[in-house]
Unconditional design. Sequence first.
Length: 237
Amino acid sequence: MSAFPRPINQLLAALPAEEYQRLVPHLEPILLPLEEVLYEPGGPISHVYFPNKSVVSLVTALEDGAMVEVGMVGREGMVGIPVFMGGNTTITRAIVQIADGAIKMKAEVLKAEFNRGGMLQTLLLRYMQALFTQVSQSAACNRRHTLEARLARWLLLVQDCVQSDKLELTQDFISQMLGTRRSGVTVAAGTLSRVGLITYKRGKITILDRKGLEASSCECYRLIADECSRLLSTKHG
């Protein structure tokens, strides 16, 4: 049996031992550099990615050059859902927002394993539901809630992915992901900083008071987090 280590990624870690070992020869540990584009809109998806502590944003690019994040993938999920849905292309761009490690697999291998109907299929379908919850709730949040609450929600989701209080994120990047002006992010981050929830300096955000940040967020963070936990917390092996 291979000595390939059990991964940080929660989808792979939740697989039964036999199913995981079947995948081991096809798993490639890699580093995902900051701002690397994993796939472009309309392009074929040749590989899928299971992040460890890296975070990948799924963004929609508009004709005027603006980008808006429509989904976020961290250690709870996988980048490349269209592969097992049968489409193999998407209208979104997948771009690394926080650099770290991931597990890479050929799309054709994932599709074959998914079609076997084992636990990987079950987990991926659950994850797709969790991601849909994130996307739909974030859409409502971006339309109805204040920028301060939206920023708090977004930072909490990023922290859940990386499991660290220290986040390397520029205000330019955050403003693109939230679909707002940089000046708005500056004001919202300043408000959270003044009440002692975060610090921000030279592209580094430190979360000082997570409970306080949750209180400053709208209900959307808790709805997204609870649904993800409900769908993906079951352990197997």
